[in-house]
Design a binder for this molecule. Structure first.
Ligand code: NAP
Length: 307
């Protein structure tokens, strides 16, 4: 059903540059339409009274226009917005407050207007840990996580593993300087304590210890769908009961997850993380129960994944 935009409709959105490939408008507008059109006309009016009449738009904002755009957002009363590449760090000095989670990661992906001030947080951690918590309830305190890649998403994964209580978190990358900078960049000493970084040469030693193996590199992402960060022989070294988690959601599953599944590993793809980080953002803005399945379904349909 088409969403009716009225004089009362409020605005949410996502900033990035470019932003046209963002999947956030698809899933957020599906949820917002569901909240507004649910029920009869009179119920719709009630919903409008409750203030659930929103649309979610993409805003392409070049880096040099970021400051003026955020000031403009305040002037036109935008309720909140998501932040994607290249603004996730650059937005920080423009905000009045940053949550400890966003501070730990050093990046903001969700901003809300509270008491006339911009407050930034990061819902990627919540997105990352949601499928681990809901599907594989377990005590992580004796477990080892091995993370491939040391970019932006790896930061949320490290913070998420720390939050779950992993005994050891290893991050493997290809550039020693970047790895050292990654290791030194945590303001939370408790994270640093459990974190070790190393180069890909350490894979052979670490894979047999990995209870959770996470790919945060773009290797295997569409269109290079035949690539995998690890060979079948390397993946075969995973211990029994290990979880292989790929942040990539196109293709679904990736070559990495297909190989891991063949070896008997439990596999998780990146789609649920994408859905759950969006759900967490919408909860912050609307303070409402969010129709998660509607968001998941909207993304799957958009990506041609069916059910
Ligand atoms: P990023 O900041 O660019 O980091 C990518 C990391 O992968 C870097 O450490 C990079 O190494 C490494 N890498 C890239 N190509 C490599 C190669 N050929 N061999 C070895 N290492 C390589 O990107 P990001 O934002 O972290 O995103 C990474 C992936 O996660 C993307 O596929 C993205 O779509 C996905 N993601 C998914 C979600 C979700 O909700 N599911 C959320 C965020 C990201 P160097 O540092 O040495 O260049």
């Amino acid at each position: 059903m088409t969403k009716l935009i009225t004089g009362k409709t409020k605005l949410l959105g996502v900033i990035g540059y470019p932003v046209e490939h963002s999947l956030s408008p698809v899933m957020h507008n599906a949820a917002l339409a569901q909240l507004v059109v649910r029920g009869s006309v009179s119920e719709r009016e009630d919903i409008a009274h409750l203030g659930l009449d929103y649309v979610y738009l993409p805003f392409p904002i070049a880096p040099e226009n970021l400051k003026i755009a955020i000031a403009g957002f305040a002037a036109i009363g935008i309720v909140g917005f998501n932040v994607t590449i290249p603004h996730k760090q650059a937005i920080i000095p423009l905000l009045s407050e940053i949550t400890p989670i966003a501070q730990a990661i050093g990046a903001v992906n969700t901003v809300s207007r509270q008491n006339n001030q911009w407050v930034g947080t990061n819902t990627d951690i919540e997105g990352f840990i949601a499928p681990l918590q809901t599907t594989y309830q377990q005590d992580w305190s004796q477990k080892v996580a091995v993370i491939l890649g040391n970019g932006g998403a790896a930061r949320a994964v490290v913070a998420g593993c720390h939050q779950l209580g992993f005994a050891k978190i290893y991050v493997l990358g290809r550039n020693e300087q970047k790895l050292q900078a990654f290791c030194d960049s945590w303001s939370n000493p408790a994270i640093e304590e459990n974190l070790q970084v190393g180069t890909w040469d350490e894979l052979a030693k670490l894979i047999p210890q990995a209870d959770l193996l996470v790919n945060t590199t773009p290797i295997g992402m569409y269109p290079k769908v035949d690539e995998s960060p690890l060979s079948a022989a390397e993946i075969a070294q995973l211990p029994q009961g290990a979880i292989a988690y790929d942040l990539i959601y196109i293709p679904k599953p990736t070559q990495f997850l297909q190989l891991a599944e063949k070896q008997g590993a439990i596999v998780i793809d990146g789609l649920e993380m994408l859905v759950q980080q969006g759900v967490a953002a919408l909860k912050i803005w609307l303070q409402q129960e969010i129709p998660v399945e509607v968001m998941r379904q909207a993304l799957q349909n958009h990506l041609g994944l069916g059910r």
